[in-house]
Ligand binder design. Structure first.
Ligand code: GUN
Length: 279
C-alpha cells in the first residue's frame, strides 16, 4: 500500500485554510534566502505558494551570496522584534562565510518554525514540548498516524543522522515508544540491521534500500529526493523492486515532500497563537 503523502497533505492544507478563514487571523512568515542555489529557490517558492494559498502572509528577503553576516543577523533581529511577523525561516544551506551557529542562535525560538534553535532542539531532546516540531519528522509521523501504522514497541531504523531529519526523527520516534536504531555512513552491517526493522526511514540522498533488505511486514518511508542520471526525481529506495514486497511504502515524489510542507504550514499557523496568547 502506498503512503500517499500528496493526498494527506491536501487534507491538512485545506483544514488549515478553513481554520484561518474562520479565525480571521493572518500569520506572517518571513523567509530569508541567501545566494542563488536553484533547489533552495524552488523550495522557498513552494513554501510561499502554499502559505499564501492558506491565507498566511509571506515576505521574502533575498540576499546575494556575498552578503555580510551582520546584514543577515540585523534582519533577523528586526524580524524578531516585529510584532506582525509570527514565523521566521532561514533557508539552508547558507554560504560558508556566514556562521550557521550565529544565524540559528539569532532566531527567536517562538518564531523558529523549523525547530533549528537550541531551545527548541534541546526541549525536543529531553522530551519536552518545543514551540515547533521539525517539519519533516512531524510530517512523517502524521503520515504514519493517518494510515494507523503502530509505532509503540516497533523497531524503527532511521538511516541518516542530520539535524533536520535523522536526529529529531529518532527522538520523536523514541517519544512514541519505538525502539530506535540510527544508522549512517559509518554503520557496519547496515543490511543486517535494516532487515530487522519494522519501520525504515531513509534520509540519505542516494539509493540505499534494496529488496533484499526488506520483509513483508516492513513500512518504508523514503525521505531522499534527488535527480537520477536521467534527470528524474528519485529517492533512497529502489521503489520498483521494493514496493511489491512490503506492507507500506512512501513514493518519491508525492510522499514525504508534500507532508513536510503541510507540516511547516501547521507550524506557521500555530505561530500566530504563540505570539498572540490572548487571541
Ligand atoms: N534546507 C533544506 N531543508 C530545509 C528546511 O527544512 N528548512 C530550511 N530552513 N532550510 C532547509
Amino acid at each position: 500500500m502506498i503512503l500517499d503523502g500528496k493526498a494527506v497533505a491536501v487534507q491538512i492544507v485545506e483544514k488549515l485554510k478553513a481554520e484561518l478563514a474562520k479565525k480571521n487571523v493572518t500569520p506572517q512568515l518571513a523567509v530569508i534566502l541567501i545566494g542563488d542555489d536553484p533547489a533552495s529557490r524552488v523550495y522557498v517558492r513552494n513554501k510561499q505558494k502554499k502559505a499564501e494559498y492558506i491565507g498566511i502572509k509571506t515576505q521574502l528577503f533575498e540576499y546575494p551570496v556575498d552578503v555580510a553576516e551582520k546584514v543577515v543577523l540585523d534582519k533577523i533581529y528586526q524580524l524578531n522584534n516585529d510584532k506582525n511577523v509570527t514565523a521566521i525561516l532561514v533557508q539552508m544551506p547558507i554560504p560558508e562565510h556566514i556562521s550557521r551557529e550565529k544565524i540559528i542562535m539569532a532566531i527567536d525560538p517562538r518564531k523558529d518554525v523549523d525547530c533549528f534553535t537550541p531551545e527548541n532542539v534541546g526541549k525536543l531532546s529531553i522530551g519536552l514540548k518545543p514551540y515547533f516540531y521539525p517539519a519533516t519528522p512531524q510530517g512523517i509521523l502524521m503520515l504514519l498516524d493517518y494510515y494507523k501504522i503502530p509505532i509503540e514497541g516497533k523497531h524503527a531504523v532511521v538511516i541518516g543522522r542530520s539535524n533536520i531529519v535523522g536526529k529529531p526523527m529518532s527522538q520523536m520516534l523514541l517519544k512514541r515508544n519505538a525502539t530506535v536504531t540510527i544508522c549512517h555512513s559509518h554503520t557496519e552491517n547496515l543490511e543486517e540491521i535494516i532487515k530487522t526493522a519494522d519501520i525504515i526511514i531513509s534520509a540519505v540522498g542516494k539509493k540505499i534500500v534494496r529488496c533484499k533488505m526488506v520483509s513483508k511486514k516492513s513500512v518504508i518511508v523514503d525521505v531522499g529526493i534527488y535527480k537520477d542520471s536521467n534527470g528524474n526525481l528519485t529517492g533512497d529506495v529502489d521503489f520498483a523492486e521494493v514496493a511489491p514486497l512490503v506492507d507500506f511504502i512512501s513514493p518519491v515524489p508525492g510522499g514525504v515532500g508534500p507532508m513536510t510542507i503541510a507540516s511547516l504550514m501547521i507550524n506557521v499557523v500555530n505561530s500566530y497563537d504563540d505570539n498572540n496568547p490572548v487571541s
